[in-house]
Design a protein around this ligand. Sequence first.
Ligand code: SF4
Length: 235
Amino acid sequence: MATERSAAGDVGRWFGPLATPAVNALFDHLAHRIDPKSDLVFASTFELLVAVVLSAQATDRSVNAATAKLFPVANTPAALAALGAEGILPFIRTVGLAPTKSRNVARLSQLLIERHGGQVPRDRESLEALPGVGRKTANVVLNVAFGEPTIAVDTHVHRVANRTGLAKTTTPEQTERVLLVRVPPRHLLHAHHYLILHGRYTCLARKPECWRCPLLKLCRFSAKTPRPPTADPVG
Ligand code: SF4
């Protein structure tokens, strides 16, 4: 059986899907340890939408640094539409793809005013009709702002799902479909935060920190990282 490697990191060999009791235990462990909150800083649904649009192919830290400057100046659809793409760009220049994102933020602000009375819509179709908003962004907004049990699949979620044996998939869309079926209903609301944060801080793409991972005995990753001799004791 071949070891699989992708941009999301080595996902190891496939030993078959995790059994349902193991899936339940896996999410219980994550829920016990992880506070399911976004690392993005926002104070309204609109700020969340803008932050998530800016976060495509960028770190949450870089987005937070940009929005810490932008939002005190403009944090409503009317204010950002008035600022326009050229006015937004200097605030977000350090975020990847800034010219495109500044155009998208200005245009989506204008469309929110024209189509939705300046409010962020609660339905997927309307969200995905906005520039810069794809399925993942819509899933984040629906979940975080509106409490919908969606699963936004980014590179971390895709990697962790495939390493652990939750899924065997090649695309984020496939991973989302599998997780929607396999995640225990009681954990569905926060599942994507559990998996994102686990991937961001423990199951790292290049070198997962398996030796301190609460999922060590459940996970089916074939090349678990041993405890380094210099590591602090596991807390
Ligand atoms: S044991 Fe934990 S850190 Fe290691 S691959 Fe599995 S989920 Fe990732």
